[in-house]
Structures are given as C-alpha cells and as structure tokens.
Write a protein that binds this ligand. Structure first.
Ligand code: GLT
Ligand code: MN
Length: 387
C-alpha cells in the first residue's frame, strides 16, 4: 500500500468486528475462512491502524455465556483497548440470530419476546457504558414481514416506538452518555423491513419521546439496495443533525446485500458521500460494515483496502474542491444573491408582494447556462486521475 494512504487516527476508521469475523458463509455455501474470536478481531483491527471497532453483544460474549465468562471476556477486551488505544466506538444488540427473534424483536406480536429483546438491549447499554461507547445502533434485522396478512405495520411501528422510548428512558435513568442510532435497510433478511430508508427513520424519530437522543446511521449498501442515491440519503440525515454514524461499503444497485469493500462498486457514488462528510466536517467515525470476498482466506487485505480507498477518496475530494475550473463553473451558480433570494428567506406580506410584483421572464430564465456536462466531466477526470 502506498505510504501516504495508511490510516491515521484522525480518519476515525472503525470496523464492525463482525466484518472481520465473517467467514464467507452464504446461502449456498459453507465457511471459507477459519473462525476468529471477537477479541482477536479487535486486536487485528488495532494492529492494522483502525481507530475503533463496532460490536454486537454476541460478537464478544456468546449468547449462552455465563456471567463469569462474560466478565472475563470484558476484562480481556479492556486490556486490549488499553494497550492498543483502539476504542469501542459503537455497540449494538444482536436481535436477529437466535430463533426467538424469528418474527422480530421489538416488533414481535409476543410481548415476552419484546420484553426479552429490551432486556438484551439494556444489558448491551450497560456493556456500552462500561466500554465508553457513545453510540448504540439499532438495526432491525428481523423487524419486518413477508406475510402482510399476519402483521399490521401500524401495530409493528407502535411496538417499535414503545421499545425505543423505553430504552431512551433507561439511558436517562442510568445517566449514560449514549445516543441511539437507527440503521435503515429496505429488505434482507426480511422480505420487507420497517424503517427501510433514512427518510423513514427520520420521520419515526420525530415521533419518539426523546427525539434528541436518537439519530440514524445510513449504510451505503442499504441505500443502493433500495435504488436510492447515497449522497442524498446521508445528506438528509446530516442536514438535520441526525448523522450519528455512517456504515460504508460497496454494493451494486438493487441486488442482495453484497457488503463489498469500499470502492468495490459504486466508486463515484461513495466519492460523493465522502465529499459530503468532508464538506460538512462530519465528526463521527467512518465505520466500515462490509466483509471480505468469499475467496479471501483471511480478512486483512480487506481491512487495509477499505481504509486505503477512503483515504484516496478524501484526496480526490480535495482535488475536486480546489479545482479552478470546477470552482469557476459552480461558484456563480450557488452564490446567487439579490432581492428575490432575500425575499424568499422569510414569508412576510411585503415579501409575498415582492415575489408577486417581480417581472419574470421565464423564456430568458430557461436559457441561462447550466454547464453540467462540463462539471460532471471534471468530476470524472478528477476521479480518473487525468487532471
Ligand atoms: C449486519 C447488518 C448490518 C448492521 C449490523 C448491525 S449487523 O451485519 O448487515 O448492516 O449494521 O447490527
Ligand atoms: Mn450496517
């Protein structure tokens, strides 16, 4: 790897430990990589220069571990964190693997299943507080449906709201400095999942009792599965101060959840996500949620490559933002001021009269230059390294 693209702590790269632990199993084939434990994954990530790691409760502590076993694992994890400096940047509760969650956790019909899910999430919040994790993700892996005759989505959303409200109160009660982040996904593993996009998550958050405690972490692959534009999705969360984390990867549009490396597909699209985060000084972690190709025997080329690609993207963002021709073309378009722009800023009777009274010339307005072919070509030239 070229030296200048090595990760720096200031890049704030984080990886899901589950990404590194992923063994290449898919619906048609068994594992192609040997098992590694969560602790080994954390150690490896630290060695490869990651700033942080994200974890599920059960990536670190097996579902059926005793309290004593859990204590031992957490003690060892803390030792690794202390000696390497790696941080536990985000945590989450696995509410999708065990068959008890086969028809949802927070959206199950069964109140005992919902209560068990909330208990598991409260335990995860305790662990997160202990590890100084500030963001806890809510990815509703099983929150969805295949059979619309079997579940009313209004009921499901109400159950979900009740559980998230409960967890917010728990965080407040315990005085944990933790924010919750909803990760939207349109489908897979469920036929349809609740809160399928960033917009759905943002609308839902506003209906909570403590909306300020809850944000969202869009995932590049999930946005592309829905056939939407990642730049726009991330922007919508960022614009309202709700971009609490980001999950990055590569993905072909409309496919199953491929979770490929950053840059493996959708280079131009992820370039614009990178530009958004840079342009608006996003301060959170850049978390990779992907897995090595099934053809890999071990995960570390994947880890290095994702961080390297992101750093190259940052370099390209800087190149575009400082490109003279790009600035000359774009500058005048975005910086148009004048009395009409000012009047649009606030409704008053006088401003409405101003807008009404202006002598518009739509035929003239319709032919003002918009040099978008040239702008897009400059972007491509920057990305292809020929400028
Ligand atoms: C799972 C999923 C991810 C979520 C993780 C958090 S687990 O791998 O594909 O997108 O972020 O639970
Ligand atoms: Mn994710």
């Amino acid at each position: 790897m070229a030296k200048s693209y090595k990760p720096r702590k200031s890049d704030k790269f984080a990886f899901g430990v589950w990404c590194v632990m992923n063994r290449g199993r898919d619906p048609f084939g068994v594992e192609t990589r040997p098992a590694i434990t969560g602790l080994e994954a954390v150690r490896g990530l630290a060695k490869h220069g990651a700033y942080g790691f994200e974890y599920h409760d059960n990536d670190l502590i097996p579902f059926d571990a005793t309290a004593g076993e859990a204590r031992k694992i957490v003690a060892e994890l803390k030792r690794i964190m202390k000696s390497t400096g790696i941080r536990a940047t985000a945590g989450t509760t696995n509410l999708f693997t065990h068959p008890v969650f086969r028809d949802g956790a927070f959206t199950s019909h069964d109140p005992e299943v919902r209560a068990f899910a909330v208990q598991k999430a409260m335990n995860l919040l305790d662990l997160a507080a202990d590890l100084d994790t500030r963001v806890v993700l809510l990815w509703g892996g099983r929150e969805g449906a295949e059979v619309d005759g079997a579940k009313d989505p209004v009921d499901a959303l109400q159950h979900l709201r009740e559980c998230v409200n409960f967890l917010c109160e728990y965080i407040i009660d315990r005085r944990y400095p933790i924010l919750l982040s909803i990760e939207p996904k349109p489908n897979e593993p469920r036929g349809d999942m609740y809160l399928p996009t960033t917009g759905h998550a943002l609308a839902f958050i506003e209906t909570l009792e403590h909306p300020f405690m809850v944000g969202t972490n869009p995932e590049f692959a999930h946005v592309k599965m829905a056939g939407l534009n990642p730049y726009h999705e991330y922007a919508q969360a960022l614009e309202v101060g709700k971009l609490f984390d980001v999950h990055m990867n590569g993905q072909k549009v409309g496919r199953f959840d491929q979770d490929m490396s950053i840059g493996a597909d959708g280079l131009k699209e992820i370039f614009f996500v990178c530009k958004l985060l840079k342009d608006y000084a996003y301060a959170g972690t850049v978390a990779v949620d992907a897995h090595p190709f099934r053809t890999e025997i071990e995960p570390w080329d994947f880890v290095d490559r994702c961080m390297c690609s992101w750093r190259m993207l940052i370099e390209k963002v800087d190149a575009l933002n400082s490109d003279r021709e790009y600035r000359q073309l774009l500058g005048p378009l975005v910086a148009q001021k004048g009395p009409l722009a000012a009047a649009l800023g606030q409704y008053t009777a006088a401003n409405a009269a101003k807008l009404r009274g202006h002598a518009y010339r739509p035929d003239k307005m319709a032919v003002r230059p918009l040099p978008y072919e040239r702008i897009d070509q400059i972007v491509n030239e920057v990305l292809m390294g020929v400028r």
